[in-house]
Design a protein around this ligand. Structure first.
Ligand code: GUE
Ligand code: MG
Length: 281
């Protein structure tokens, strides 16, 4: 058996067309949704992602500003820049690309962004809203994963979802979003004793570790849905996820590829959050 592909590029095209329509409607009322993206330093991966985000803004008719700073930028100067953007009425979303240089405290940066403009969903306020089941900005990567499940008409009620990874930006919010849809959720991590015993029980597996081949075919129940959040490079420098795609696709019912899976969906949900931030006005 070969799994059906969940195509993040195709789904993104659909969702971004809807975003573009809503952007036009807002523009007719005199509001252009605006996203500010701040990049500190020269990380080559970040350069690519940030460019994709700005391009997505252009494609959907949104306003965007990209601010690039030297890695030597002081924390104080970055915070001052964020405070200015907090007050800027043309900006509805602020994204500071992670990771930041070591001398800058990411928590202080995230908490300086006005919660009304936290389109990454990284702030304590956004995390608390998700925890409490209140509306708020949802972290874009797990939000995109939920949209991918929705796109195949998957009903999570009573299903066992296993999340591998417990980061504040992916694993933890992913578990909460799955729980909100009535799945039974297990969160696995580096301290998990028998990962395979967990994943073999799963109807849905989300791999979000940042390491190649964390999930192999022998760990997957036939027909399971596999979402691959990983962004790694293999020995040939090619982009690959956390899942052994060639093996797992022979066992899974549905699977997301890397590239062309969760990555573009992350950017799409950033567009959705920025649009909705502007719509709230
Ligand atoms: N404040 C902040 N917010 C983020 O959302 C954020 C961040 N920092 N830091 C880094 C991670 C990573 N991330 C990706 C987004 C899109 C792709 C993406 O578009 N991937 C393409 C391929 C890109 C390529 O060719 O390298 C794909 O999977 O098809 C990847 C990774 C957002 N992140
Ligand atoms: Mg994000």
């Amino acid at each position: 058996m070969t799994a059906q592909l969940i195509d993040g590029n195709a789904l993104s095209r659909q969702l971004r067309a809807d975003v573009a329509t809503r952007v036009s409607a807002l523009k007719a009322k005199g509001i252009t949704p605006g996203l500010a993206v701040i990049l500190v330093g020269e990380d080559p991966g970040s350069q690519v992602y940030v460019r994709n985000k700005v391009k997505a803004c252009e494609d959907t008719g949104m306003h965007s500003v990209l601010e690039k700073y030297e890695a030597s930028l002081s924390e104080g100067d970055l915070l001052a820049r964020i405070r200015a953007l907090n007050e800027d009425p043309t900006i509805h979303g602020i994204l500071v690309q992670m990771p930041l240089p070591k001398h800058i405290d990411p928590d202080r940066v995230i908490e300086t962004i006005a919660s009304s403009k936290d389109v990454d969903g990284y702030s304590v306020q956004s995390a608390g809203e998700l925890m409490a089941g209140l509306p708020g900005f949802k972290s874009c990567t797990p939000y995109g994963c939920m949209k991918m499940l929705e796109s195949i008409g998957y009903d999570l009620k009573g299903k066992h979802a296993v999340v591998i990874g417990r980061s504040n930006t992916v694993g933890k919010p992913m578990a909460l979003m799955l729980l909100q849809k009535n799945a039974t959720v297990t969160v696995c991590h580096s301290g998990t004793k028998d990962l395979k015993a967990m994943t073999l029980q799963a109807d849905v597996i989300v791999a979000a570790v940042g390491k190649r081949n964390v999930l192999t075919a022998d760990m997957v129940k036939p027909g399971a849905v596999v979402l691959d959040v990983g962004m790694n490079r293999n020995d040939e420098g090619k982009l690959c996820g956390d899942v052994d795609f060639a093996g797992v696709k022979e066992v899974a019912g549905h699977i997301t590829p890397v590239p062309g899976g969760v990555g573009p969906m992350t950017i799409t949900m950033l567009m959705v959050n920025t649009l909705e931030s502007a719509e709230r006005l």
